[in-house]
Design a protein around this ligand. Sequence first.
Ligand code: BES
Ligand code: MN
Ligand code: ZN
Length: 500
Amino acid sequence: MATSPSISFVKQGAPKKGVAVVFVDEKLALGPVAKALDEEAGGVIARAAKAAAFKGKARSTLDIVAPGGLGLDRLMVVGLGKLDDLGEQDWWNLGGAIMGKLSAASVSEVTIVLERPDGAEIDADDAANVGLGMMLRAYKFDTYKSKKKDEDENGDVKKIAIAVADAAKAKKAWARAEAVGEGSLLARKLVDEPANVLGPDEFVAEAKALEKLGVSVEILDGKKMRKLGMNALLAVAQGSARPPYLVIMSWNGGKSGDKPVAFVGKGVVFDTGGISIKPAAGMEDMKGDMGGAAAVTGLMKALAGRKAKVNAIGIIGLVENMPDGLAQRPGDIIAAANGVTIEVLNTDAEGRLVLADALWYAEETYSPKMIVDLATLTGACVVALGHEYAALYANDDDLAGALFAAGTASGEKVWRMPLAKEYDKLIESKNADIKNTGGRWAGSITAAQFLQRFVKDTPWAHLDIAGTAMGSPKTDISQGWSSGFGVRLLDRMVADTYEK
Ligand code: BES
Ligand code: MN
Ligand code: ZN
């Protein structure tokens, strides 16, 4: 994986060498430092803007190479658009867009002169958000490319200095933003890694690595899970040569004795479908079927990294869904840890089996304030919402509201779908309490309806991230196949709801 650029915040001032980025509004007005640079260069910005028909539109750039009168290699002018319209997301999108231009121009070191043309101060959080946008945009999954650079691909930006009025304040805000960025990038990497490299054992090691941030990590192996009666999760794993695990990550940054918030993730390291095997075309995408577990792990990294004032538990069920001589069969009946019996009609509906026992474990062991689970659970969710919104299901309106608000704020958007007892008849089984498929219609809903059987009375929400965790649309801050969806959303939800 491409190494993240180093990002630091420095005192505002005119850079004397290297590459400088400055900002203009739609009237091509400049802030004080940019103005001084422009004057030294004999008013080059206005002339270049005219020649290139550059209008200062949001995130457009005017790249002036070797401007006369300055020691700079490049003066990159970036449009802020209409200054009144600048919201939080514009700052990270701005950072992302700048990073895109810099790497396309093969710039390796740069100073960003972060000031507003109207002279108003830029909030420390907004400055940090520019850095976050740059960090997220810089992510590339190129671990296995022998040749990191080729003709069409340009070099990595290595060193970024962001010059701001109050560097000390920005540094503080950055420490927090960077932690969240690191959580997102971890989630992306885990989703991108192929399943031969990232099996259950290797995923456990990734979770264990969070111990150095102060996260406690507990591992339940197959034997322990068997004792607890977690037969639903184990049934999925039994067709794989690689053993399953339940990993429990705890971050105790809140008051001692304060009930935790709990996050549960589907961690199917590869989903062949099992005996109900998937068609070959596109099956490779199922290396990302641990996107829920990746988000939970990334979230724990973010919370610990920024020392969140909250008690949080992250639980991930790690299994591989393979067909072999020991694999579960369609028609098998299993009893989950909470006693509910399940007729497995389709071994490809395995995610809900994994989550069933993981949800039970979360509620039973921790009596959490609330539980949010994340899973790349259904193709039906992708049919309904595409790659833009995750499906949100909740048994609690306040929790749903908090997630919706955090989704809007973070840009990791969720849309609420119904949970309703009318759908229960679709998962009634002839031979057991419930079956693991609900038929052709309302596939994402019947999966949620299934999960609900494994939560008693805790406020609970389920996010179906099948469309948003992978195959994500390219944006200013995400250019790869994986998005890290859920980390920034849940970090935000925790900050706004449980740390206040
Ligand atoms: N992991 C898949 C869902 C999925 C599909 C995620 C596409 C991301 C992209 C899940 O385990 C699955 O196979 N679900 C089945 C359920 C069905 C058999 C009831 C599906 O959606 O087809
Ligand atoms: Mn499946
Ligand atoms: Zn799956």
